[in-house]
Design a protein around this ligand. Structure first.
Ligand code: PMP
Length: 473
């Protein structure tokens, strides 16, 4: 392919003019210079092809430049770019109707915005206005955005700044069944190993793959819930505005919660007048395979759902969906958003919904995701440094450790070696977790079994290479 700009010049701009800190998150010693993409593939400026298993952080939902979605964008670009909500425009209304139909009653009122952070900011504001309360609870390790309000929800020091922000936001203990103080230890020490149809699991692959004992597992859940109760007793007033939770933590490293954790949390929050908000920015649109929305896998019904990323396959777009009752409270003031509900974004997002259905994306997530989880679990058995394999559908985390006994996170330098090697063999994956210790696999939902096998072979090789280097005298 033609090279638009020299690599040296690009690096120079990146380091000096273009949010230089993002260099930190390019991850690679030798940055990848992307030229173009098609479905699950990306090509760099040297013409090398990569299997993209990170999808711009779970954002490219149906495939890079998916022909159907691209055609919808092109058609709309020739017709109308922009209106604002001052006018009626069918594409926007058709999309809103289509999206609302995918949510259970009474979640039927859609607010269109432009990013996940903006959606969460809006949800915070609506919750405070509706309840008349101020305090908001989130889970430690969560990521809900980088805007000044949303950084208060986010609970990861890497994204925090030493300025006054996040008033009224409180982060409670995350019920991480691997690294948390109770779940993980109990799982490992459990006398009952690998419970397949665990009564605790309801099809959550986590329970199949970790050495989970239902009894201890549930007991651990109670301990995490006790932490939440202690927070209610000590940190917040008797009435709160909301609880925000990702159905599976994304940036946190595909962290899943014990069965019933969200159910019990929702109950406790509602008892204190708070709203329950599901952040589906990563888990929505079929990514978890078993359900279209992640919250459905927990058997809960939120009062608000925030969504972004996969909503428009990489085009800037996001939404908050809530109830008539909450919308009515909020209607006392005017919420205006210039780009929210942009016709091009809506045409794309509408086509994404059609494509998810036509291409069977959710089905692919369930099938290929489950296959990947089972095969990755074999690598966990094979390698001392693979501590945990977890997730649901195509929302997968592989947590790396120094060794299984200590569960100490594999140092970033070491993890980086495996990461770089995987890239050099043609596969792009992501990183996450509080200590940057977890590989994240969230491909476009169009990958095939052959792609999964290619990745598994590459990843196995990268792990083997690392172990061989480590064992060298
Ligand atoms: N919520 C979650 C769960 C996210 O993963 C992210 C982005 N990583 C956001 C919110 C913020 O989205 P955005 O970057 O579009 O503002």
């Amino acid at each position: 392919p033609p090279q638009d700009m020299s690599k040296e010049r690009m690096l120079d701009i990146r380091q000096n003019n273009c949010n230089p800190m993002t260099m930190k998150v390019t991850y690679y010693k030798k940055p990848v210079h992307i030229h173009q993409g098609y479905m699950q593939w990306l090509w760099d400026t040297d013409g090398r092809r990569y299997l993209d298993l990170f999808a711009g952080v779970a954002t490219v939902s149906v495939g890079h430049c998916h022909p159907k979605v691209t055609a919808a964008a092109e058609k709309q670009l020739r017709r109308l770019w922009h209106t604002t909500s001052i006018y009626m425009y069918p594409t926007v209304h058709e999309y809103t109707d289509k999206l609302a139909a995918l949510l259970p009653d009474p979640l039927k009122v859609v607010y269109l915005v432009n990013s996940g952070s903006e959606a969460n900011d809006l949800a915070m504001l609506m919750a405070r206005v509706h309840t008349g309360n101020f305090d908001i609870i989130t889970l430690r390790g969560s990521y809900h955005g980088g805007s000044p309000l949303a950084t208060g929800l986010t609970s990861n020091s890497a994204y925090k700044f030493p300025v006054a922000s996040g008033f009224g936001c409180h982060n409670t203990m995350c019920p991480d069944v691997f690294r948390g103080p109770w779940g993980g230890r109990h799982c490992r020490d459990s006398p009952v190993q690998t419970v397949r149809n665990c009564s605790c699991s309801q099809g959550t692959i986590m329970h199949v793959l970790c050495f989970c004992n239902c009894y201890y597992h549930c007991q651990a859940n109670e301990m995490y819930i006790d932490q939440l109760k202690e927070m209610f007793a000590t940190t917040v007033p008797n009435r709160i505005a909301a609880f925000f939770g990702e159905p599976i933590q994304g940036v946190g490293g595909a962290v899943q919660y014990p069965k019933n954790f969200l159910k019990e949390t929702y109950k406790l929050v509602r008892e204190r007048g708070g709203l329950c908000i599901a952040d589906e920015v990563q888990t929505g649109f079929g990514r978890t395979g078993s359900h279209f929305w992640g919250f459905q896998g927990h058997g809960v019904l939120p009062d608000m759902v925030t969504m972004a990323k996969g909503i428009a396959n990489g085009f800037p777009m996001a939404a908050v969906v809530t109830t008539q009752e909450i919308a009515r409270s909020f209607a006392k003031g005017v919420h205006f958003n210039t780009f929210g509900g942009n016709p091009v974004a809506c045409a794309i997002a509408s086509s994404v919904l059609d494509t998810i259905k036509e291409d069977g994306s959710q089905h692919i997530s369930a099938n290929i995701g489950t296959y990947l989880l089972h095969e990755l679990a074999k690598l966990r058995e094979k390698y001392e440094i693979v501590g945990d394999v977890r997730g649901k559908g195509l929302m997968i985390g592989v947590e790396m450790v120094k060794n299984k006994a200590s569960q100490e996170p594999l140092p970033p330098q070491d993890l980086g070696e495996i990461f770089e090697d995987t890239k050099d063999m043609g596969v792009l994956i992501g990183k996450g977790g509080l200590y940057g210790q977890t590989f994240r696999i969230k491909p476009p939902m169009c990958i095939t079994k052959a792609d999964a096998d290619f990745f598994l072979a590459v990843f196995n090789r990268a792990l083997q290479n690392y172990m061989e280097r480590r064992l060298k005298p």
